[in-house]
Design a protein around this ligand. Structure first.
Ligand code: RFL
Ligand code: PHB
Length: 393
């Protein structure tokens, strides 16, 4: 069994890479440990940068995104009982789009299969050898070797690719809180996302469609989901979003509930020999800045361009520059996500002095155009070909 690029993992990174390679005439096989149903229904991200929607649209998988995605021109920071709008479009000329990761994954799986792509579910990769013939995986009770020119490790934070890189340098930060995320069958109580800072903790009101709300609550990292019946979730959300002018939160049936730990993590470099890491396999950001999926898309966009150059001309110059080009963007997103997280969450260790500093920071970001513009340009995402990407890829 042989292919040009063996891709480990059918999350957004692996599927999009396979799709972009196909458009350049490059063959790949995607190996995924879970089944298709699981991969298509795992609730995760929802906020897409304009650069991400551009990549999906330009590569021909943007039809449903264009029909169903909700374009947003601003967001709200809520604290001290009042809302403060950050006009993203006015400050940056760019918008963001709400379209769930589950839908991107469904669109990409459907497209790969329609194009005759080789995507194998329930086919866990057991071993990745960056300098060997390929990857070893299990399928239908048997062990196989997929030989290849290159391996793309798109297998997320708990995958097998990153541990296969010798001498990796890692950087990380754990936060003293987690997010309890819920999906509810109720029309959103807001048109734009609300990021709320309250003494009881952070809360986020996002959405999935005109009929489905997505909400998050800051909880402690060792929180037991069983301690959060639906009524407690709704009353805690209402308390954290409360305003002095009597804004109300609509309630409805909760259809999905999960707790996610928050961490920052970067592994360097993102390449060893023939193995290239992309997406959550190489880096994790806390979800406050909504950067994880967007970084996965920018990684594989650069990787697909580098493979295209390699197969068209034999040159490995873009492949050689891959790790550097990605890490520059990754570290900007790491800083922004850390910054948004500390700006908005309640650190249980924070003393009164730290709380006052945080309030002053929130007031500054919502009253200074320069400070708001800095938040906005990071939130909407820096262009892939911008000044921050001197490789000019
Ligand atoms: P994924 O999605 O984890 O996919 C990796 C895939 O690899 C498979 N796998 C293996 N397959 C074969 N063999 C093995 N040995 C394997 N080991 C693992 C896994 O089963 C899986 O299918 O990684 P990828 O593709 O890098 O995508 C990254 C994104 O999923 C992630 O960064 C985002 O979801 C983060 N994130 C957000 N990002 C945004 O850009 N905007 C957001 O609004 C946003 N909100 C979020 C988020 C993540 C969240 N959670 C639950 C972590 C909100 C939440 C609550
Ligand atoms: C989401 O809609 O799931 C979402 C939006 C913004 C974030 C995180 C998650 O910062």
């Amino acid at each position: 069994m042989r292919t040009q690029v063996a891709i480990v993992g059918a999350g957004p990174a692996g599927l999009l890479l396979s799709h972009l390679l196909h458009r350049q005439g490059i063959a790949s096989v995607v190996l995924e440990s879970r089944d298709r149903e699981y991969v298509e229904h795992r609730q995760r991200a929802g906020m897409l940068e304009q650069g991400t929607t551009d990549v999906l649209r330009d590569s021909g998988v943007g039809d449903r995104l264009d029909r169903e995605g909700l374009v947003h021109h601003g967001l709200e920071l809520r604290f001290g009982g009042a809302g403060h709008r950050i006009p993203l479009y006015e400050l940056t000329g760019r918008t963001v789009t709400i379209y769930a990761q589950t839908e991107i994954v469904k669109d990409l799986v459907a497209r790969r299969l329609a194009d005759g792509g080789d995507v194998r579910f329930e086919a866990p990769v057991l071993e990745v050898d960056p300098s060997g013939p390929g990857v070893t995986f299990r399928q239908d009770g048997r062990t196989h070797v997929l030989e290849c020119d290159y391996i793309a490790g798109c297998d997320g934070f708990h995958g097998v690719s990153r541990p296969a890189v010798p001498g990796l340098r890692t950087y990380s930060r754990e936060y003293p809180f987690a997010w309890l995320g819920v999906l509810a069958d109720v029309p959103p109580s807001t048109d734009e996302l609300i990021y709320a800072n309250h003494d009881r903790g952070f809360a986020l009101h996002s959405l999935r469609s005109p009929k489905v709300s997505r909400l998050y609550l800051q909880v402690s990292p060792d929180e037991d989901l069983a301690a959060w019946p639906d009524e407690r979730i709704w009353s805690e959300l209402a308390a954290r979003f409360a305003t002095d002018d009597g804004w109300t939160l609509r309630e409805g049936p909760i259809t999905d509930k999960a707790i996610t730990p928050m961490r920052s993590f970067v592994a360097e470099p993102m390449r060893h020999d023939r193995l290239f890491l992309a997406g959550d396999a190489a880096h994790i950001v806390p979800p406050t800045g909504a950067k994880g999926l967007n970084l996965a898309v920018s990684d594989v966009t650069l990787l697909a361009r580098a493979f295209a150059e390699r197969y068209a001309s034999g040159s490995e110059s873009l492949l050689d520059d891959y790790s550097r080009a990605c890490l520059k963007r990754v570290w900007r997103a790491e800083h922004f996500s850390y910054w948004m997280t500390t700006l908005l969450h309640v650190d249980p260790q924070a003393d009164d002095f730290a709380r006052r500093l945080q309030r002053s920071h929130l007031e500054y970001v919502t009253s200074s155009r320069a400070a708001a513009a800095s938040l906005a340009e990071n939130y909407v995402g820096l262009p892939l070909t911008g000044a921050n990407d001197p490789a000019g890829t």
